[in-house]
Design a protein around this ligand. Structure first.
Ligand code: FE
Length: 188
């Protein structure tokens, strides 16, 4: 944050140190989830897994957009991962060894994916509550990310019988329709 940008946010009543902590936790969750989704995507093979692969990839790439939020990131990657705002999205034991997800193991995989998106929704809702009416830029970016996380949740929860998500493929992977207006050409 620039000096004046920080000043106006402080004057509006936000404890900037607390905000930065929340932002670093959110960034940590995005970073670890990006990593874990790489593994989950690789694990999505076979008749039933292939259908999920592209959706996991779309969700994975869109989650990088958090870096726009700023704040200072820890120098140590281990410390960064430890303060992530969401738990590790591990590949389920039932899929270890390159097994194709099907039946119960498919359910295990979807549970990991849906829970990761739900944690992200809670995380960005909290950031929106924290910044609403006080830090307009962080609020706008958090709300944009929240919109995408809600779609990600729906994409996956459709497969656990929670109704249609209206999922259609993004025009191209990583389209990030809500967050894109905040990204400059250099960041794309
Ligand atoms: Fe997501």
């Amino acid at each position: 944050m620039g000096k004046v940008a920080r000043e106006v946010v402080e004057k509006a009543g936000i404890k900037v140190e607390d905000l930065i902590k929340k932002l670093v936790a959110a960034a940590g969750a995005e970073f670890t989830t990006f990593y874990y989704y790489t593994i989950l995507r690789v694990g999505s093979i076979g008749m039933e897994g292939e259908g999920l692969k592209e959706i996991i990839e779309d969700a994975r790439i869109e989650d990088r957009s958090i870096y726009e939020l700023g704040g200072e990131l820890p120098r140590d990657i281990r410390a960064f991962a430890d303060q992530a705002g969401c738990p590790d999205a591990y590949l389920p034991d039932s899929l270890k060894g390159g097994k194709s997800p099907t039946g119960n193991s498919l359910k295990d995989l979807l549970k990991v994916l849906v829970e990761a998106e739900r944690c992200a929704i809670r995380c960005y809702s909290d950031l929106c509550q924290f910044t609403q009416g006080k830090d307009h830029r962080t609020y706008a970016i958090s709300a944009a990310i929240l919109n995408e996380e809600i779609e990600h949740e729906a994409w996956f929860s459709e497969f656990i019988g929670e109704g249609p998500s209206g999922h259609f493929r993004r025009g191209k992977p990583g389209a990030s329709p809500y967050v894109a207006p905040f990204m400059t050409a250099d960041h794309k």
